[in-house]
Design a protein around this ligand. Structure first.
Ligand code: UN1
Length: 512
């Protein structure tokens, strides 16, 4: 197995000595704390090097700012061409990059490949976008005047990403930012620096073929929370896009707000699904299982709460439990495995703590606990848990980044929607129903209060074409598709007078 990793690292051309800082294709040594990178698969050491310190952030941001001065003047379709070439590079290196994602984040091969595909997809989207950064032409109230708006590049963007989508979330930001004319300064999770170094290595290959592109359009800082805070407080990063926990987002948002910067937050989800009496049960089993146990319950969009109509609850529970019983849990790089490891011991402890709390609060816990036989030693493999529990149990309010599905019952849809919306987070949601009235109510203003509301599919696995993000403690940000690009640009409203007169707006008379 380790050979598979070595081959992938070789193919990707990762530098043998790892360094924490990169400006385009130049690497610099960090001056912060030392970092030991371990694989969640078996605890094996993947690399050890010194992280960047907070003091090193300003110099990198300065380089990104120099790059911005040039990058913003390059026509957007030409910037799109750079993104297109990066997308091609990803196609070429899809497999080794996915292998590295598996080894560093513990994803099963299918999901790791899917993550790289998500990067490719957003590159394609951004290439098209680079010819569609449309502003509006607005009817002017004054004769001989043209009122219009333009979208201009904003400046270097700080990207703080999490371990669970170690490369795709950066790509959502980077591909859009580059098309929009913004350089990117990336701080990946300390748990997944190698995938970040791999991405930067691939960007460097594209830079080498494009001498017109200022290399500092892509900067990397492997560092801890102090580096994240230094990015958040940097006045030269007009937008900070941060994905991760609610406490992290709160700290970043407050720092960015204090300098009146922009933040784009994608924080915790506590995603729910209503399963109505008319739901197709076979489809329910498949969508619930993928959403609840996929990525070992470590997606922001993972399904954490099933709100099931009482008439079908016991049947659905029994069927789910029998599927859970035969889930292939183990080495994520082995064909057929569906549930890989948790990221580390702390994640395992959080899962245990949540299950203990659930029991104390009256929950009946099925599954859970560490799997030890038939899995690589040194990894934290768990049995996904299904917990029958009352909707008002306190633990249900909390997002635990692990495969725990709280299973609750309802009697009428209004109550189900109240239960559904009665948590602090608001990322992804779904209803399974064949009743069009129920489906439309769920998607209406009086329905799900989340950023993502689905019908007859699970909560996870969104496509890049839509805007991704959620409300309440999820942070309100939207990234990826639709018009999320507007956050990465500044809007200028232009009023142009092509007459020989000077009429004032609002009919004001001001004769001199
Ligand atoms: C995340 O977990 O931070 O919708 C992102 C999904 C993926 C992205 C998840 N496309 O599950």
């Amino acid at each position: 197995m380790a050979n598979q990793l070595e081959t992938a690292l070789k193919k990707l051309g990762l530098p043998l000595t790892k360094q924490a800082i990169s400006i385009g294709s130049k690497w610099q040594t960090g001056q912060g704390e030392s970092l030991q990178v371990r694989s969640p698969i078996n605890g094996q050491s993947l690399a050890e090097f010194t992280m960047a310190s907070a003091d090193q952030v300003a110099a990198v941001v300065e380089q990104a700012n120099y790059a911005f001065e040039k990058w913003r003047t390059i026509p957007a379709p030409e910037r799109g061409e750079f993104v297109r070439q990066f997308g091609q590079k990803l196609r070429e290196f899809k497999e080794p990059l996915a292998t590295l994602v598996s080894w560093e984040a513990g994803k099963i091969t299918q999901e790791a490949l899917g993550e790289v595909q998500e990067m490719i997809d957003i590159c394609d989207f951004a290439v098209g976008l680079s010819r569609q950064l449309y502003g509006k032409t607005i009817a002017s109230e004054r004769p001989g005047h043209r009122l219009t708006e333009q979208w201009h590049p904003l400046g270097p963007i700080g990207v703080i990403s999490a371990f669970n989508f170690p490369v795709a979330v950066w790509a959502w930001n980077a591909a859009i930012a580059w098309a929009c004319g913004d350089p990117v300064v990336w701080k990946p999770s300390e748990k997944t620096p190698l995938t970040a170094i791999a991405c930067q290595t691939l960007v460097a290959q594209v830079l080498a073929e494009n001498p017109n592109v200022p290399p500092a359009v892509s900067c990397l800082l492997v560092g801890g929370a102090d580096v994240g805070q230094a990015l958040a407080s940097s006045p030269n990063l007009p937008l900070i896009s941060a994905t991760g926990s609610v406490p992290m987002g709160r700290a970043v948002a407050q720092t960015v707000a204090a300098r009146l910067g922009r933040s784009l937050l994608e924080l915790g989800g506590n995603n729910g699904m209503i399963i109505a009496p008319s739901a197709d049960l076979e489809l329910a089993i498949r969508s619930i299982t993928f959403s609840a146990v996929g990525t070992c319950g470590q997606r922001c969009t993972s399904l954490r709460r099933a709100i099931v109509h009482e008439s079908i609850a016991s049947k659905l529970r029994d069927q789910l439990l029998s599927v859970y019983e035969r889930l292939p849990i183990g080495n994520p790089t082995v064909d057929g495995t569906l549930v890989g490891p948790l990221i580390d011991e702390r994640a395992f402890e959080s899962m245990e703590a949540a299950l203990n709390a659930a029991k104390k609060q009256g929950g009946i816990v099925h599954g859970g606990g560490r799997v030890v036989g038939n899995v690589p030693e040194g990894g934290f493999y768990v049995k996904p848990a299904l917990v029958e529990i009352a909707p008002d149990a306190q633990i249900v309010q909390q997002e635990t980044f692990a495969p725990i599905l709280y299973f609750m019952q309802y009697d009428n849809l209004e109550t189900a929607i109240d239960i559904h919306n009665g948590v602090p987070q608001g990322l992804a949601s779904a209803i399974l129903t064949n009743d069009v009235r129920e489906a439309e109510l769920f998607c209406s203003a009086a329905g799900s209060d989340c950023g993502i509301a689905n019908v007859n599919i699970g909560t996870s696995g969104a496509e890049i074409g839509g805007a991704f993000g959620g409300e309440k403690e999820t942070g309100g940000g939207r990234e990826s598709g639709s018009d999320s690009w507007k956050l990465y640009m500044r809007r200028a409203t232009n009023t142009i007078n092509y007459s020989t007169d000077l009429p004032l707006a609002q009919g004001i008379r001001f004769e001199i």
